[in-house]
Design a protein around this ligand. Sequence first.
Ligand SMILES: Cc1cc2nc3c(=O)[nH]c(=O)nc-3n(C[C@H](O)[C@H](O)[C@H](O)COP(=O)(O)OP(=O)(O)OC[C@H]3O[C@@H](n4cnc5c(N)ncnc54)[C@H](O)[C@@H]3O)c2cc1C
Length: 557
Amino acid sequence: MDSRIVIIGGVAGGMSAATRARRLNEQAEIIVLEKSGHISFANCGLPYYIGGQIKGEQNLLLTTPERVRERFCIDARVHHEVTRIDAERHCVEGTNHQTGEAFSLAYDKLILAPGASPIVPNLAGIDGENVFVLRNVEDTQKLYGYIAARKPTRAVVVGAGFIGLEMVEALRALDIAVTVLEKAPHVLPALDSEMSGWLEAELGRHAVELRTGVGLAALEADNGRVHAVITEAGERIETELVLLSMGVRPNLELAQMAGISIGKAGGIAADEFRRTSAPDIYAVGDAAEVVHRVNGAAARIPLAGAANRHGRAAGEHAATGNARPSAAVLGTAVVRVFGLDVAVTGLSRRAAVAAGFDVDTAIVHPNDHAGYYPGAQTMHLTLIYDKSTRKVLGAQAIGPAGVDKRVDVIATLLHFGGTVDDLANLDLCYAPQFSSAKDPVHFAAFVAQNQLDGVTPGADEAPTTNTERPAPQLLDVRTANEVCRGTLDGAIHIPLDELRLRLDELDRTRPIVVFCQVGVRGHAAARILASHGFSDVRNLKGGYTQAAARRVALVSR
Ligand SMILES: Cc1cc2nc3c(=O)[nH]c(=O)nc-3n(C[C@H](O)[C@H](O)[C@H](O)COP(=O)(O)OP(=O)(O)OC[C@H]3O[C@@H](n4cnc5c(N)ncnc54)[C@H](O)[C@@H]3O)c2cc1C
């Protein structure tokens, strides 16, 4: 096939498409049109350049137009913005911003990979010289240059999603005091609320001021520079720098003008070969929508993995007329925030409930590797599953080490539609430096099985006196030393090792919610009680550790 393939957008999706197309078709003419000054830059590395971990701007560029011409015979034209697609005549039009000249280019196949743009609210002062977004190298140069020249000491980050949190860390690394505004009730809205407390505590440990459940209302600016932000709660926060990380909106304008269908989730609709509604036009990456693998719904998941894989599929199809269908997407993601890594895959508990699943969770706090081997660290892992089908729906994990591996294992299980029983049976590698013979994902699956099979039902929250009738007894089975460091209001204390001898201190007519530090001894206690005829015994999910984190999160808000 010696056709011409034109690609709009020369980064993750676009360049994956271009190089795959070339590898499979030496004859095709491949032209990439990129409106910025760079192709194949490392979006994901931008915060680390600002924070100083990545030195040298050239290290953000994975390749250049010259190199892709040499190696792949791909004609990558930077500063070329496409402004119109004529789907009927099979041509694109645009402007070369370096020369100011208009161009028009015919195509046989067109791949849309224009990405997404940061959301910028329409507020007075928003165009101030110290208000920034972070999407590309130019944005990064602007922010980097401002910090170098003005040496700001205070910043406000609006939006505590993945990019916002990475930027918080980058700004703190430069010794800039940071306040974060997040409109959602907790940071990293992709997480469920029971997991976010750990992250909020970590931000607090690094002197980050948090304002959650509150958005940006206004900016106070003078002479083109913002000097304070006003929150929706009316708080005035002085600042020398504002970073907007409020999410992204897909770049749809070209597709819409060309009459290409936009899907239910608000991205360019595309099939499993990434073909859009217009003949010979494909769409990939942040501008396009995908199918969510867990619930089969249309979704927008602006992450690099799918952009790259779908770009590859579109490039292959455009170059050869065939490709393997690209799979639905799970939204597996990971971010490091100071000393904690946070990873998610599949549906959150909230999303699973909204999607109509019969949801339950298992919460565990295992070590990343065997406790007897030096350096073991605790992680917090939530497994989300469906009670009727026993299928795993998602997972979320936080910890200083090992969470990426566990979430990737569960992502693999999700890809194949596995159940908690499949997860419990996975044969995973083990030596004490790496894991325990029962890996954290096994523990989560065992807890889920115990809950599902009625061996030890879980309790989501510690009961308060007015939540249930008859009011449950709250039983703390930890040691006296642990209780000294804190317990839950109204808890009766009977250490696990004394429980069999002190059963008559408990009221058999009332339900019991038992807890220990993380849930393991609570499970043993619940089994003892059940075996001695107590009929309604539940184990507090994640134990005191989880309850205390929830309390920290509530206090920090
Ligand atoms: C700071 C930052 C950190 C990130 N970190 C991660 C991470 O750690 N993990 C992860 O999975 N994802 C991360 N992402 C998201 C990831 O980078 C995106 O999902 C991915 O780049 C999307 O690929 P894309 O090809 O759709 O869009 P992009 O990579 O954004 O490329 C689109 C390109 O199209 C160009 N373009 C747009 N319109 C036109 C036009 N009309 N004419 C010509 N060119 C046009 C744009 O200039 C842009 O360069 C991060 C993103 C950012 C900004």
